[in-house]
Design a protein around this ligand. Structure first.
Ligand code: DP6
Length: 401
């Protein structure tokens, strides 16, 4: 092989999804290995709307590991990033030493260049770290020829990232071993299981969240006895009920559990000392709106869930989307009524009855919601085959800085 072709980098690009927990993870029993105090369950969102794209390149000519996030070079020494890199290299080496006849050992000792972008605002409470670490681990695994179970590696980047390693409905079983080997994500049902289910992300604010999940949950573990009760006595039962509701496609059961679990998570935040507030007045208005909407119809048609930020994630069935979106638009009037307000899957127009408006009866909050992302459950990480999509050029530097 000619010298210059040996120096040509090996480049792989992958994408990974965001996930939204309907049974929340909050609290660790081991900070380094990222082992949770309870199991959790999530829905993987479709990558057509929300995804991270990551390109990893290895080359003999690279002097050091380097990382670019959303166009900016970042510090690669971040401990969680190092955990993922170390673990992938360890698994690649093990495979090589175990005498795999054809291990893809490309660059086992070579340095990596990593470039990653999100197609949604970072740190807006949209679980960007989950998609980010899932994509990193999946891409590194392709480059170093590591296969098999990868969720335990993604978990060491960010707890919720282990659930983004699968599509559809995913549970993260907390495990009980000290080495974390049994703390893994598993798919409950694939993304094709419940085609009528729709998800609307109501983006209330694109600002950085006040307290990050990592430090927030640390304080909660130290100070909240409600969190202890939740982890020990509430979540185990809810995991069984939620899995059943998903399997049966029982929307009212799924919705009620989703709402209760989101509310209990935020109650543990308030029970934390000093208390943590992730919800704002817009979030509260969404909560009232959903309950009054459901009451109007005498059935649970819509559910909400909030992570460590004020954005509401709405779950509903396809047939209710047009009217519910109109309700949101009415009570959070945007500056323009144009298509800009609704991104993602197209939403049909629906009429809104005076009766429904009156029964909801809330004071509208103009511009309270910036926009809605309309999406559904989607698949897990993917390899992007088209080389024109690589974020790194053959010299190993980002294409567009
Ligand atoms: C509220 O996974 O971001 O979104 O493990 O410290 O990185 P670290 O925390 P992270 O926490 C997510 C918390 C949550 C609930 C959830 O996704 O289950």
């Amino acid at each position: 092989m000619a010298e210059d072709s040996m120096d040509k980098p090996f480049i792989v690009t992958c994408t990974a999804p965001v996930n939204i927990a309907v049974i929340k993870y909050w609290g660790k029993r081991n900070e380094d290995l990222i082992l949770p105090i309870n199991s959790s369950l999530s829905v993987t969102l479709h990558q057509d709307q929300l995804k991270t794209t990551t390109t990893v390149a290895t080359s003999r000519s690279f002097q050091e590991d380097r990382l670019w996030l959303n166009g900016k070079e970042e510090d690669i020494t971040h401990p969680r990033l190092q955990s993922c890199l170390r673990e992938i290299r360890r698994r690649a080496r093990k495979r090589h030493n175990d005498g795999d006849p054809d291990p893809d050992t490309t660059g086992l000792s070579q340095k990596v260049h990593i470039c990653s972008v999100n197609n949604f605002p970072t740190a807006a409470g949209l679980a960007s770290s989950a998609a980010g670490f899932a994509c990193l681990v999946y891409s590194l695994a392709q480059v170093f020829g590591v296969d098999g179970e990868l969720s335990a590696i993604a978990r060491q980047g960010s707890g919720s990232a282990c659930r983004s390693m699968y599509g559809g409905f995913v549970q993260w079983i907390m495990g009980n071993r000290d080495d974390g080997k049994d703390s893994l994500a598993h798919q409950v049902e694939p993304e094709t299981h419940w085609p009528q289910l729709r998800i609307l992300v109501l983006v209330a604010s694109a600002e950085r969240k006040p307290i990050g999940s990592t430090s927030g949950m640390q304080t909660s573990v130290q100070t909240s006895c409600l969190l202890k009760h939740r982890a020990e006595s509430v979540v185990p039962r809810r995991m069984v009920e939620m899995t059943e509701a998903v399997r049966r496609k029982d929307f009212p059961a799924f919705a009620e559990l989703t709402i209760k679990d989101s509310n209990q998570f935020h109650a543990t935040c308030l029970d934390t000392y000093p208390p943590i507030f992730y919800l704002n007045s817009v979030s509260q208005q969404v909560i009232h709106l959903v309950h009054r909407y459901n009451k109007h119809y005498g059935e649970t048609r819509v559910a909400y869930s909030f992570d460590a930020g004020p954005n509401a994630v709405i779950f509903t069935l396809q047939q209710h989307v047009p009217e519910f979106v109109r309700v949101v638009q009415h009570f959070f009037p945007p500056d323009t009524n144009g298509e800009d307000f609704i991104k993602g899957l197209p939403v049909k127009h629906a009429a809104l009855s005076e009766e429904l408006k009156q029964e909801i009866g809330l004071e509208p909050i103009p511009r309270g919601i910036n926009y809605i992302i309309s999406t559904k459950a989607g698949p897990g990480p993917r390899v992007v085959e088209d080389p024109s999509q690589h974020l790194l050029s053959p010299d190993g530097l980002p294409k567009k800085l």
